[in-house]
Ligand binder design. Structure first.
Ligand code: PHE
Length: 342
């Protein structure tokens, strides 16, 4: 029977090839060639059709036996090659458990974020709660409604980044006063922390920096009350011995206006380099809300009064933590940031 010869020859050839395969890839190719759907054994089954009817069952059996044998040879070889390859990998991939692992860094809050949180936490104890506003601000909110009329020389006080004639990068957080007054019911007391922008750059000034704004509106408020709030805040931030003084100043949106000084936290008022030997440090601007500000948002200044204050966050942080260059806050140098995890 020719077919039987062909089957035997093929089986022998296949066995020899499988026993000779020396990689799992080579072995797999042989599996496809002999045992696969299109493989030699399947072809053998097709030959069966050419046999006389009575010989077919016998031949079919032989093919099945051959298939089983071949499969067994294959399985043995597969295991042997697998073991050998694993052995080889284990030899090559030795791990030195004494080597230090890759260093991993744990992130932390940015110092400015921590200082803003500290500031808002202190003032939240007096009932102030946080509001926010956009960094790209309309002229109306940044200037106009805050009583800086167009062409008023007061606008020269702040060097402004203009987006277009109607939009600026906000130069202070005071526009959030207006946005809040427009929307919310009176009385109110709010805090507005945020990034602000001015054309200014040296060791103590950065073109972008941060402020925390405060606004309180009530039927009646006074400079004494304002001084009480600012004093409470500064004593909590710099320490209980901190003294506060107001100096007359000018802002278009407050009247009267004051510049806030506190005793130098470094020398406790004795005089040092930080305070230029004066014992005092200028720390904020403040005042009573100007009637024109109320008018610009449709609030009757005869019915309501208010006070506002604005602190520079970087300045507060630099004084409290003895940082002499404002740029440290923005360079993202981990050596600096790690020292100031607050
Ligand atoms: N917006 C003022 C500034 O940036 C600070 C300020 C806020 C003054 C609130 C008075 C009242 O200089």
């Amino acid at each position: 029977m020719d077919q039987l010869n062909t089957l035997n020859k093929m089986t022998e050839e296949a066995q020899a090839a499988i026993l000779g395969a020396d990689s799992s890839k080579a072995l797999y190719d042989l599996k496809v060639k002999y045992l696969g759907k299109q493989g030699s054994l399947t072809q053998m089954m097709k030959l069966m059709g050419k046999l006389p009817k009575e010989e077919r069952p016998k031949f079919g059996q032989m093919v099945n036996v051959a298939k089983k044998e071949l499969q067994a040879v294959y399985d043995n070889r597969e295991k042997a090659i697998g073991d050998k390859e694993l052995e080889g990998r284990i030899q090559n991939e030795t791990i030195d458990l004494h080597l230090p692992g890759p260093e991993s860094f744990v992130g932390s809050k940015h110092p400015l974020r921590s200082v803003i949180q500290e500031m808002t936490q202190i003032l939240s104890r007096l009932g102030f709660s946080v509001r926010q506003g956009p960094m790209i601000e309309e002229d109306r909110y940044n200037f106009e409604a805050l009583n800086f009329p167009k062409d008023h020389p007061a606008r020269d006080m702040q060097d402004t980044f203009y987006i277009d004639p109607e939009h600026v990068l906000r130069t202070h957080t005071s526009p959030i006063q207006i946005r809040t007054l427009e929307k919310e019911k009176l009385p109110l007391r709010i805090l507005a922390p945020g990034t602000v922008f001015r054309v200014d750059s040296d060791v103590t000034h950065s073109p972008n920096f941060h402020q925390v704004e405060g606004l309180l509106v009530n039927k009646q408020v006074s400079m004494a009350e304002l001084k009480g709030v600012v004093g409470f805040f500064l004593r909590n931030f710099f320490g209980p011995k901190t003294k506060v003084r107001f100096r007359p100043s000018y802002f278009p949106f407050t009247e009267p206006s004051a510049e806030v000084d506190c005793t130098c936290p470094k020398c406790a008022g004795k005089g040092c380099r930080l305070c230029s030997n004066t014992g005092w440090i200028e720390i904020a601007g403040c005042g009573l809300v100007h009637p024109n500000v109320f008018k610009s948002v449709g609030i009757d200044p005869n019915e309501w009064e208010g006070f506002a204050f604005g602190f520079g966050v970087e300045r507060m942080a630099m004084i409290k933590y003895g940082i002499t260059d404002i740029r440290h806050f923005y360079n993202n140098d981990v050596r600096f940031l790690e020292q100031l995890i607050l």
